[in-house]
Ligand binder design. Structure first.
Ligand code: AMP
Length: 302
């Protein structure tokens, strides 16, 4: 049974500075990257909110990928979510310089009938309050993929812990996994996060790949070897979006399916980081994703 996919998260304007270049008011946000990535695998509904300053041309970019925007609200009284970040030391660390929640301070999700019917939901990175509000609008018991970040672990831990119990897949990066689990070892962290109630856990290890902790086993996917890194922003969201899209396109949600979804996620994320914002991702296609997936398999097989 393949599924109807709903993705929520931020739709943002980003100011990004890397060691090589900078850009202002680029289309970003967890939901934008995730929905674009997922759209190569399955039809996507997006539930989110934009503000008075959100350009019609950016709506058109999402529509061009076939993303259903019936549940994307416009609040004309406030600006769009804004994020400003800077990469240091040859991309090895990222600093968030500014986050303006703006329209998200008053967001109350309104899902279209088709979004309410979703049987796979990606709760992309945004406050656990917004993630819960969207999930509570969905009828039935969807397969839930939950993404988060350090800000929410620090400011909304209890709400996040409640959501983790509903997650079929919890996705976070290595430092966040250690922060949330309270253990310094990545393997112990994965096991502790399973004990917190997630059915499976994916811990991202950046340019080295990602690990899956699942009741049927353990799996490691390497990253695609990127030579021309331009802007890592959105890599995690694209990884999660491609995983959600891949699973939505499959008849099963087994361990094997999630492993293959992680390969698709790694391949798709590698495309995102080769340009600023989502420029290369939105112009990509399944052929390029499949080519990169094949190379990841080749490079990690004996
Ligand atoms: P990533 O590089 O995958 O962590 O995602 C970066 C994207 O997440 C940027 O486009 C930001 O607009 C968005 N973002 C940054 N901080 C937050 C936050 N606290 N909540 C939701 N989205 C965020």
């Amino acid at each position: 049974m393949s599924g109807k996919l709903l993705i929520t998260g931020s739709v943002a304007y980003d100011n990004i500075e890397t060691p090589l270049d900078k850009t202002e008011r680029a289309l970003g946000g967890s939901a934008s990257y995730a929905a674009l990535a997922a759209s190569f695998f399955a039809p996507v509904c997006m539930a989110s909110i934009v503000g008075s300053d959100f350009a019609e041309s950016d709506i058109a970019r999402l529509r061009k990928r076939g993303i259903n925007l019936d549940s994307l609200i416009r609040d004309a009284s406030r600006p769009t979510f804004f994020w400003r970040g800077k990469y240091h030391d040859n991309f090895s660390s990222r600093e968030t310089l500014e986050v303006q929640l703006n329209v998200f301070e008053h967001y109350s999700p309104k899902l279209s009938d088709s979004a309410k019917d979703a049987d796979i939901v990606l709760l992309g990175n945004i406050s656990p309050g917004v993630q819960s509000a969207v999930l509570s609008e969905v009828a039935g018991s969807p397969f839930v993929i939950l993404d988060t970040m350090d800000l929410w672990i620090n400011t909304a831990r209890d709400e996040l812990k409640k959501l983790i119990k509903k997650a079929d897949i919890l996705i976070l990066n290595e430092s966040e996994a250690k922060m949330l689990s309270g253990d310094r070892n990545i393997i112990v962290s994965g096991e502790r996060l399973l004990d917190m109630g997630a059915s499976s856990v994916i811990i991202k290890t950046g340019e080295y790949g990602a690990m899956l902790f699942h009741r049927d086993g353990f799996f490691v996917v390497p990253a695609y070897p990127v030579k021309d890194l331009r802007d890592p922003t959105g890599a995690g969201d694209s990884f999660a979006g491609a995983i959600a899209g891949y699973i939505a396109s499959c008849p099963s949600r087994s361990f094997a399916t999630i492993k293959r979804a992680m390969l698709a996620g790694a391949a798709t994320a590698s495309i995102t980081v080769e340009s600023f914002s989502c420029l290369k991702l939105e112009e990509s296609g399944l052929d390029e994703i499949s080519r990169r997936t094949g190379l990841i398999i080749k490079y990690s097989s004996i």
